[in-house]
Design a protein around this ligand. Structure first.
Ligand code: TXA
Ligand code: MG
Length: 326
């Protein structure tokens, strides 16, 4: 792993943005806020810089990364958009959507960031600081979530430093991410568009826009969804027990909705993702509450059922990975 760098905390002002852009342009690593989660950014056109992302995260293999752009115009230099991809980009960018499209002849994203594929993952984030940073950098920025491989994704700058302090050049501080789960990934590679990862844009909104159902899962139905989507991910130190209908003494509890679970008063500690049962509010709290419950020292985090509608699909996806065998 990269040995001790001094990780700078950059503030969300002109000087901080200029410094963050300068570090990226010279091949360094900068964590920055997006509306989904904090990303660990590197110049996507610089393979050496991209390799630094894998080293800092201790990511075991070279999975394709999402390249972030300031605008749809800039994305069109990198990828080829068919009619559906164009429609999705126009409706949901800037925002929590990633499109996997064929590589354009003008693409400058390095082979390493694409893991050698002839497609490329592109996203135009909505967070104003992310947008300003991408504009100042003037090139595609590869950015997976800014956590060590396998751990819970970061939704604020302190989470980032908890995992990556001393391994990256800087973190740009921008408060809490308001969507709270990663972007929805749709592959538009000809034929029916495919949902590779549920995320910040609900499936229902996408299907309503394009007037058809998305294909789900990998072609052929086996193997990981998107390369790099391991079963175990987002893992706290504690065990995670899903669909709990009661809390056992000493467990930490992650609740959802107005109805209290039986035994909640004996829990070591409990947090409610959304007392109103709003999946959007729940998504925004998911990762930071998992971290807080983990910090209680409980052996097990019991999680109440969350409905599959709207952002519930993405929440349940992340919870299943957090609970998966390691
Ligand atoms: O919200 C997000 O998407 C965050 C923020 C920082 O933007 N980023 C993020 O990136 O989650 P990452 O690298 O952790 O997720 C990349 C996912 C991987 O599962 C990868 O397999 C998939 O996107 N992906 C990227 N390019 C792809 C491609 N060409 N084909 C198939 N899957 C691709
Ligand atoms: Mg991640």
């Amino acid at each position: 792993p990269r040995s001790m760098l001094r990780t700078a905390r950059l503030t969300a002002d002109e000087a901080g943005l200029a410094e963050a852009a300068a570090i990226l342009k010279r091949g360094g690593l900068v964590a920055f806020p997006t509306e989904t989660v904090y990303g660990l950014g590197a110049d996507a056109t610089n393979a050496e810089a991209v390799a630094g992302i894998y080293a800092a995260k201790e990511r075991p293999s070279f999975n394709p990364l999402i390249s972030h752009l300031e605008s749809f115009e800039a994305a069109k230099v990198q990828g080829l958009f068919d009619e559906t991809a164009q429609k999705l980009a126009e409706a949901f960018w800037p925002g929590p959507l990633t499109l996997v499209v064929p590589v354009a002849p003008t693409c400058t994203v390095s082979d390493l960031a694409r893991a050698g594929l002839d497609s490329v993952g592109l996203r135009v984030p909505a967070h104003p600081l992310a947008h300003a940073l991408l504009t100042a950098t003037g090139r595609p920025v590869a950015a997976p979530s800014a956590n060590r491989s396998g751990r819970v994704s970061p939704t604020d700058a302190d989470h980032v430093l908890g995992d990556l302090d001393g391994r990256i050049d800087a973190v740009l501080e921008g408060g809490a991410s308001d969507v709270g789960v990663e972007s929805t990934i749709i592959a538009c590679l000809g034929g029916t568009p495919r949902l590779l990862r549920p995320g910040g844009v609900p499936r229902e909104a996408i299907e309503a826009l394009i007037g058809q159902h998305l294909d789900t899962g990998p072609e052929g139905g086996k193997g990981p969804l998107a390369p790099g989507m391991l079963a175990s991910h987002y893992a706290p130190r504690a065990q995670v027990r899903l669909n709990a209908t009661e809390i056992k003494p000493g467990e930490a509890a992650l609740l959802f909705g107005p109805t209290p679970l039986q035994g909640a008063e004996q829990a070591k500690t409990h947090l409610n993702l959304s007392k109103n049962g709003d999946p959007k509010e729940a998504a925004a709290h998911l990762f930071s509450y998992l971290r807080q419950l983990d910090a209680s020292g409980a052996q097990t985090i019991a999680v109440a059922p969350v409905p599959e509608t709207g952002l519930g699909e993405a929440i349940n996806d992340r919870l299943r990975r957090a609970a998966a065998e390691r």
